[in-house]
Design a protein around this ligand. Structure first.
Ligand code: ATP
Ligand code: MG
Ligand code: FE
Length: 376
C-alpha cells in the first residue's frame, strides 16, 4: 500500500511516503532554530511552526515521491505521545486530508513508529561507531526481512522526550514497556547539563564533542536507580530494575560546578562533560542489555535523537556484542522525528488488516506505548 505519514509531536514537521516497506520520501522541516534562544522547545512556537510548515512540507513530499494524494491508499498521523498543541496541528491536518480525499486514516503511536521505521528496506544500519564489535550484521533489507521483524525484538529509544526500552512481540498489536525514565529523558539531561556548563542548546552534540577531549574518570557521577533496593534480583526484580533516573545526575553536575567555583578554581568543563556522558551512557546501556537478557531479546533497534551520540553507539555496540545481541541503528535522519516512520508503521497496520481510526479520535499527549494505533 501507498501510505502517507504525518509527524508533528515535537519540533519536526514531517511528511513521509512509503509503498509497503519501500521508502519513497522523507521530508522534514524543523523549528529547532526558533527554540535555540530559549534553550528548549517552546510548545506554542512549535505549534505555530507546524501550521506554517505543514502545507509546504506536504507538497514537497508529494513532489519528491512523484505521487498524487489521489494515489495514496491510506494516511497515518502521530496521535501521541508528544506536545498537545503540536500534535493537534498534525492531527487536524490529517483529518482534513482524510475528509477531503476519502482515504482511511490511522492514528499512530509515535514511539512504536520509531521502531517501525526499522522495517523499511534499503535501510542499512547506520552502524554503531564501535568498530566491528559494535557494528551489527545488517539483516537483508533493513531490520525486517521481507517486511517481517525478527522475533524477540527490543527497542531502545533515547531522545529529548523519551528514554525507554520496549519489547516488540508484534509491531502492529503487542508492544510492551520494559523500562523507562522516571524523570528527565536522556536528551533532556544533556540539554540541561549543557546549559549548566554554558554550552548552549541543543546540548547533546556539544557535550558529545567536548567529552572526547575530557577524562571520563576525573569525576564519578551517580548512576540513578542502580542501588540494590531498586534493582532487586533476576528472580525478584525490583520496581525500577530497568528504569532510569537522570534528574539526580543533573543536580550532581550542578553541585560539582559550584564546588569548583566556590574554591575559585577553573571548572574542568571537558572532564565534567566526559564524566557526565559516561554516567548517562553506562547506565542506559547496562540496564537496556540487562532487560534484553532477562526477556530473551536477541535483536535491538536503537532510535531517537540521542542515537547520534558517539559514545552511546560505541558502548551499546560493545555491550550488545558481548551479550550476543544484534544491534540495529537506522540512518540518523530516520532515528530523529520524521514522517517516514509514521508512514512505515501505517503500512504495517494496513498490511496486517487492522482497521483505520476514523476521524473522531483526539490526540493524546501521553498515549501509552501499548496502544500501537487507535481503534475507530
Ligand atoms: P522526541 O522525544 O519526541 O523524539 P525530541 O525532538 O525531543 O523528540 P529528538 O529530535 O529525537 O528528540 O532528539 C533531540 C535530542 O537529542 C536533544 O535533546 C539533543 O540534545 C539530543 N542529541 C542530539 N545529538 C546528540 C548527541 N550527539 N549526543 C547526545 N545527545 C544528542
Ligand atoms: Mg526534535
Ligand atoms: Fe521521537
Amino acid at each position: 500500500p501507498l501510505v502517507l505519514g504525518i509527524e508533528s509531536s515535537c519540533d519536526e514537521t514531517g511528511v513521509g511516503i512509503v509503498r509497503g516497506t519501500t521508502l519513497l520520501t522523507n521530508t522534514v522541516s524543523s523549528s529547532m532554530d526558533e527554540h535555540v534562544r530559549f534553550g528548549g522547545v517552546i510548545p506554542e512556537i512549535a505549534s505555530r511552526a507546524h501550521l506554517d510548515a505543514f502545507v509546504p512540507t506536504l507538497r514537497q513530499a508529494l513532489a519528491d515521491a512523484d505521487v498524487t494524494l489521489e494515489e495514496v491508499d491510506a494516511l497515518a498521523v502521530t496521535s501521541g505521545p508528544g506536545l498537545a498543541g503540536a500534535l493537534m496541528v498534525g492531527v487536524c491536518a490529517a483529518k482534513a486530508l482524510a475528509v477531503a480525499t476519502g482515504k482511511p486514516l490511522y492514528a499512530i503511536n509515535h514511539l512504536v513508529a520509531h521502531v517501525g521505521v526499522g522495517l523499511l528496506d534499503g535501510n542499512p544500519d547506520g552502524g554503531a561507531a564501535g568498530g566491528t564489535a559494535g557494528r551489527s550484521a545488517s539483516l537483508a533489507g533493513g531490520l525486517g526481512h521481507e517486511g517481517r521483524l525478527p522475533e524477540n525484538l527490543g527497542a531502545l529509544l533515547v531522545s529529548g522526550g523519551h528514554t525507554e526500552i520496549l519489547k516488540i512481540n508484534s509491531i502492529t498489536s503487542d508492544v510492551r514497556l520494559l523500562g523507562s525514565t522516571i524523570d528527565d529523558a536522556a536528551g533532556e539531561a544533556y540539554d540541561k547539563v549543557a546549559r549548566i556548563l554554558g554550552l548552549g542548546y541543543p546540548g547533546g552534540p556539544a557535550i558529545d564533542k567536548l567529552a572526547r577531549t575530557g577524562n571520563t574518570k576525573a569525576i564519578r557521577f551517580p548512576r540513578g536507580l542502580s542501588q540494590p533496593k531498586y534493582m532487586g534480583t533476576a528472580e525478584e526484580p525490583g520496581k525500577h530494575r530497568y528504569d532510569w533516573s537522570f534528574s539526580g545526575l543533573k543536580t550532581a553536575v550542578a553541585r560539582c560546578v559550584e564546588q569548583f567555583e566556590a574554591r575559585g578554581e577553573d571548572v574542568p568543563v571537558a572532564d565534567i562533560a566526559a564524566a557526565f556522558q559516561e554516567a548517562v551512557v553506562d547506565v542506559i546501556t547496562s540496564k537496556a542489555v540487562l532487560a534484553c537478557r532477562e526477556h530473551g531479546i536477541k535483536d535491538v533497534l536503537l532510535g531517537g535523537g540521542v542515537a547520534a551520540n558517539s559514545r552511546l553507539r560505541e558502548l551499546t555496540g560493545q555491550r550488545c556484542a558481548s551479550a550476543g545481541i544484534r544491534l540495529h541503528v537506522p540512518p540518523l535522519d530516520l532515528c530523529t522525528d520524521n514522517g517516514a516512520m509514521v508512514a512505515a508503521l501505517g503500512a504495517q497496520l494496513v498490511m496486517a488488516g487492522i482497521g483505520p481510526s476514523g476521524i473522531r479520535f483526539a490526540p493524546d499527549s501521553s498515549m501509552p506505548v501499548t496502544a500501537v494505533s487507535l481503534p475507530a
